[in-house]
Design a protein around this ligand. Structure first.
Ligand SMILES: [Zn+2]
Length: 214
């Protein structure tokens, strides 16, 4: 073993790109952390049995760090704020937003999971723009997650801001790892859901939303 590439320094170009990903500047302490991480990824490559100084791997520690920051940029915001712009309504029909695509990162293995979110609610007195739900989902999906908590966090945010009579959040996802329940085969889908308010308590409301979601 004679691989010593230690004391990585982030260059200006790399720093700028990392800051673009998270939408703010990194302070000195964070830059030091980033350099430590890149150094550790070199160690990981070496431990796995490859040479971190070879052409294809030289930039990999930086690329890995950038990719992880991109996957977790939801920490830079409070996703529920996307719902803040509301409109008064008087009707109490179901509002349904289907097939919102999302990508997330399993918190146990940092392996991607991805799929579709479906959100339904019955407003009490306010609604929000439909496109806001996509941003809400992204804000929580772009973190270290488990699918079950992601489902609950989306419902909690809708409950907090819109205080509707009913909420249904359903997530269908494929996982690139063996976490979750049981051994997964390629193409297997994990479905998680939460029903609140009338969708939980009222049989007819529940049947109606499940029918709409088919
Ligand atoms: Zn996992």
């Amino acid at each position: 073993m004679n691989i010593l590439l230690k004391n990585i320094n982030i260059n200006e170009n790399q720093l700028m790109k990392l800051q673009n990903v998270i939408g703010r500047n990194l302070n000195q302490e964070e830059i030091a952390l980033a350099e430590n991480i890149m150094s550790s990824i070199q160690d990981l490559i070496q431990l796995a049995g490859d040479d971190p100084s070879r052409d294809g791997l030289q930039e990999s520690p930086y690329r890995f760090l950038k990719a992880i920051l991109e996957y977790t940029k939801g920490y830079q915001e409070d996703p529920s704020e996307h719902l803040d712009k509301t409109f008064e309504v008087t009707h109490d029909d179901i509002v349904l937003v289907k097939n919102i695509p999302f990508n997330s990162l399993c918190e146990h293995h940092f392996a991607p999971f991805f799929g579709m979110a479906h959100i339904a609610y019955i407003p009490s007195d306010k609604i929000t723009g439909l496109s806001k739900f996509a941003r809400l989902v992204d804000g929580y999906a772009n973190r270290f997650q488990v699918q079950e908590r992601l489902t609950q966090e989306i419902a909690d945010a809708i409950n907090k801001v819109l205080n509707p009579k009913a909420i249904a959040v359903i997530l269908e996802a494929e996982h690139y790892c063996m976490c979750g329940r049981g051994v997964k085969k390629a193409g297997a889908t994990t479905v998680t859901s939460t029903m609140r308010g009338m969708f939980e308590e009222d049989r007819h409301a529940r049947a109606e939303v499940l029918h709409l979601l088919k």
